[in-house]
Design a protein around this ligand. Structure first.
Ligand SMILES: CC(C)(COP(=O)(O)OP(=O)(O)OC[C@H]1O[C@@H](n2cnc3c(N)ncnc32)[C@H](O)[C@@H]1OP(=O)(O)O)[C@@H](O)C(=O)NCCC(=O)NCCS
Length: 156
C-alpha cells in the first residue's frame, strides 16, 4: 500500500473533509464549523492522504486545540473504506507529537459511550476514562466519556 502523508487542511479540502464527516457521524459538523477551525490560531486540522492516480486522496482528518498545557481533541475520522489500516493511529501519533512539541502535559477528549472502535484506538494511546458528561450529545442524548492521556507517560 502506498505511503500515508499528513498535512494541514486548507479551504480547498473542505469537500473531501465533509465527505468523510458525513460518512462517519450521525450528526456531522457543518461546513461552517469546519471552516471556523481553519481561522482559529489555537486550532489545527490535519489530513491523512495517500497518493492516487490524480491528486492524493484524503482518507482521514483530526481536529484539535492547544489550550495552555493541554491538547483538546475535538474530532477524528477515517473514511469508511480505509479503516483498520493504521490511519487513525497515524493521526493520533501526530496529535501526541504536536502536543509534546508544544510542551503540553495532557490530551483530553470526549467520546460517545457506545463508540467502541474510537475508545479502542484511544486505549492504545494510554487514555484513561476520567469522567462522564450525561446526555452530552444532543441528537440521542448519549453520554460522553471523558478520556485523558498524559503526554509525559511512556506509550501515551
Ligand atoms: C475511530 C476511527 C477514527 C479509527 O480509525 P482507523 O483508521 O480505523 O484506526 P486504526 O486502523 O489506526 O486502528 C488503530 C487501533 O485502534 C483500535 N481499533 C480501531 N478500530 C477498531 C474497531 N472497529 N474495533 C476494535 N478496535 C479498533 C485497534 O486497536 C486498532 O489497532 P489494530 O488494527 O492493530 O487492531 C474510525 O473508526 C472512525 O473514523 N470512526 C468514525 C468516527 C469516530 O467515531 N470518531 C471518533 C470520534 S470521538
Amino acid at each position: 500500500m502506498s505511503e500515508l502523508s499528513l498535512r494541514r487542511m486548507t479551504l480547498d479540502d473542505l469537500a473531501d473533509v465533509m465527505a468523510i464527516q458525513t460518512g462517519a457521524f450521525s450528526n456531522p459538523w457543518t461546513p461552517d464549523m469546519v471552516k471556523k477551525e481553519l481561522s482559529q490560531d489555537w486550532s489545527t486540522v490535519l489530513l491523512a492522504e495517500r497518493p492516487g492516480e490524480g491528486r492524493p486522496k484524503v482518507l482521514g482528518f483530526v481536529v484539535f486545540w492547544l489550550v495552555h498545557d493541554e491538547v483538546h481533541l475535538l474530532n477524528v475520522a477515517v473514511h469508511p473504506d480505509a479503516r483498520r489500516q493504521g490511519i487513525g493511529r497515524a493521526l493520533m501519533d501526530a496529535v501526541v507529537a504536536h502536543g509534546r512539541r508544544h510542551r503540553c502535559l495532557t490530551v483530553t477528549l470526549e467520546v460517545r459511550r457506545s463508540n467502541a472502535p474510537a475508545q479502542a484506538l484511544y486505549d492504545r494511546f494510554g487514555f484513561r476514562r476520567v469522567g462522564l458528561r450525561p446526555a452530552y450529545y444532543g441528537d440521542n442524548r448519549e453520554d460522553a466519556v471523558i478520556m485523558t492521556a498524559d503526554l509525559g507517560a511512556p506509550g501515551a
